[in-house]
Design a protein around this ligand. Structure first.
Ligand SMILES: [Zn+2]
Ligand SMILES: [Zn+2]
Length: 238
């Protein structure tokens, strides 16, 4: 079945023309997004090196990271969470629109990795119940092609979500931190390398990624990086 799907994906571009998922115009540069909509994607070029918070004026660290360093070492988030990326992301995450996921994944793969690649990449896990409802882990599906391109091993069975949490979108910064506390655990008996990165689709306050980073640190990982497709301009809360 997998081989059939791969063949279909390769063939469909010969059969179906690319079309922009946002406005319906012709797709450009091999993806279902037109050149005009692609030009509007908000890049996160000027951002804090430590937490990827978008900055209006370039500075090495944001005010929050100067006051209180986060429990990870470096962050990579090539886009800002805003129009039109937010539209594609919500279709992918909540609307099971896998074509939108493929566009997002390709956009990310085309961004050069600005930090040293890790020895192991982990995607933020979903609780089994939520995974069953959604049918896929949106972070893991973004991580797969990226890991392949960069030649970094990706494991989906190392970090586990042991407690079902409320949707973070409903909560304020403090609520987000409390919500994810104790929600993750490492599978016993797995040796971890010194440098690990954790990937999520969107990073807002960083509470989820911070909790995962703490779990890895407690297990002796010396460098933990956080990767997200997009950074929302949320205040850190970890
Ligand atoms: Zn368009
Ligand atoms: Zn920062």
């Amino acid at each position: 079945m997998d081989a059939l799907m791969t063949t279909w994906r390769r063939l469909r571009h010969f059969v179906l023309p690319l079309h922009c998922l946002l406005c319906g115009a012709a797709g450009a540069e091999g993806i279902d997004l037109c050149a005009d909509c692609a030009a509007e994607l908000p890049r996160n070029r000027s951002c804090c090196k430590r937490c990827a918070l978008p900055l209006a004026t370039p500075a090495p660290l944001c005010g929050e990271c100067q006051r209180r360093i986060p429990p990870w070492d470096a962050a990579w988030a090539p886009f800002r969470y805003g129009w039109p990326l937010d539209r594609l992301e919500s279709r992918y995450k909540f609307g099971a629109d896998l074509a939108a996921g493929r566009v997002l994944s390709t956009l990310w793969r085309r961004e050069p990795c600005p930090i040293e690649p890790p020895q192991l990449l982990l995607a933020v896990p979903l609780h089994l119940g939520r995974l069953r409802e959604r049918g896929y882990n949106q972070a893991l599906e973004l991580a797969r092609p990226l890991a392949r391109d960069l030649g970094v091993p990706l494991r989906h069975d190392v970090l586990q979500r042991i407690r079902r949490t409320d949707a973070q979108t409903e909560l304020d910064a403090l609520g987000r931190r409390r919500n994810v506390r104790g929600a993750f655990a490492l599978r016993a008996g797995i040796a971890l390398p010194a440098h690990v990165a954790i990937l999520d689709d969107v990073m807002t306050t960083g509470a989820t990624l911070a909790e995962c980073a703490r779990v890895l640190r407690r297990a002796g990982v010396s460098r933990v990086d956080v990767w997200a497709l997009a950074r929302a301009p949320g205040t850190r809360s970890e």
